[in-house]
Design a protein around this ligand. Structure first.
Ligand code: MRU
Length: 343
């Protein structure tokens, strides 16, 4: 995987040979972004079980569940992580119940991890096509954090919508919030978009209000780490103030995320676990200390945008609107119904 901590300065690839190395890569943000975390966890589980020397299913099962626990303990907010682990567990249980051999189960886990990857790319492309419809013809888009190819298996969610709009022939200019403290916007979003030849202006997070008040933004799109059943959305810290500003300036504010980011088991945003990360991300930049010793630090990685600020949730199945409790529930019912029809 590309080491996202080093971009844009260095393009370094890290080769993970064990499940523990994959877990460490997720925790330390070598790889990040909700869908990418889910894909990495699925691949990490497949890799870890592939390395197993167990010959009997019982010992193999114990190892499998231990690896799943290791992955689940990496980052708490992005629900795609737990969604991917559940998928792997379902495949494991079905194969074990059918009496398959350890080698056969390993093959099934490989295949499932590959599917999680491939489906994510397809979802991003579909999101891009749906989202392009609501992007203005002459768009000045603000985005926060990085919800791009780096944060997914490819193409991106919020950046997928931006790419979809460009492919649909719209005139697009992007403002990328810097995204303190990890600088996903300044480092990663700008890196992706500049490489794609899309006009990108980086602003620090505290400049968004001035920009909007001057009428220089007409669309906002962000990704999500977990969307509760009522539409409340956890995303990178700083998303909530952007949503409030967008409302104040009558600018549409969209969330782009696959159904794997929607968690109907979490009723509202207050119930979403918010990760707190190491204080050093705030106190230091590239090893240089910014704050005096003794200052207390608060470093939540995400905030929650209440559903009332969200104009629509762009998914691979279309755009869902308020009331989200009904529209999101219906989306899952339709997916289940079509899966049953297909057998
Ligand atoms: O802490 P990060 O960098 O993993 O947070 C990422 C975000 O908040 C993204 O916006 C979100 O995961 C969506 S990525 C398609």
């Amino acid at each position: 995987m590309i080491d996202q901590r080093k971009l844009p300065g260095d393009e370094i690839y890290i080769r993970c040979k064990t499940a523990a190395e994959v877990a460490r890569a997720i925790k330390s943000m070598v790889i990040r972004g909700a869908p990418a975390i889910g894909v990495a966890a699925a691949m990490g589980i497949a890799l870890g079980t592939r390395n197993s020397t167990a010959t009997g299913t019982q010992k193999f099962a114990a190892e499998f569940y231990k690896i799943c626990e290791l992955m689940a303990a990496t980052r708490p907010t992005a629900v795609n992580l737990f969604w991917a682990i559940e998928r792997m567990k379902r495949v494991f249980a079905r194969a074990a119940e059918a009496g398959e051999s350890v080698e056969q189960i390993k093959d099934r886990l490989d295949l499932e991890a590959q599917r999680v990857h491939d489906e994510d790319v397809a979802s991003c492309r579909a999101m891009g096509a749906f989202g392009a419809d609501v992007v203005p013809a002459d768009a000045h888009i603000l985005t926060h954090c990085n919800a791009g190819a780096l944060a997914t298996a490819g193409y991106g969610t919020a950046l997928g919508v931006i790419r979809g709009a460009v492919e649909a022939g719209k005139q697009v200019a992007v403002f990328a919030d810097e995204t303190r403290p990890f600088l996903q916007g300044a480092r990663l979003t700008a890196w992706e978009l500049v490489r794609d030849g899309i006009q990108t202006t980086v602003i620090t997070d505290n400049m968004a209000g001035a920009l909007m008040s001057q009428g220089r933004v007409n669309f906002v799109v962000v990704g999500a780490d977990r969307i509760a059943a009522n539409g409340d959305t956890a995303n990178k810290i700083g998303t909530y103030p952007v949503a409030v500003l967008a409302r104040e300036h009558n600018i549409p504010f969209y969330v782009a995320a696959p159904l794997s980011t929607i968690d109907l088991a979490t009723p509202d945003g207050a119930r979403i676990p918010i990760e707190e990360r190491n204080a050093k991300e705030v106190t230091h930049v590239r090893g240089a200390q910014l704050t005096p010793d003794g200052a207390l630090i608060w470093n939540p990685a995400f905030d929650v945008t209440p559903h009332r600020f969200i104009s629509g949730i762009i998914t691979e199945k279309g755009i869902f609107r308020a009331p989200y409790t009904e529209s999101l529930k219906r989306a899952f019912e339709e997916v289940t119904a079509s899966a049953n029809t297909l057998g």
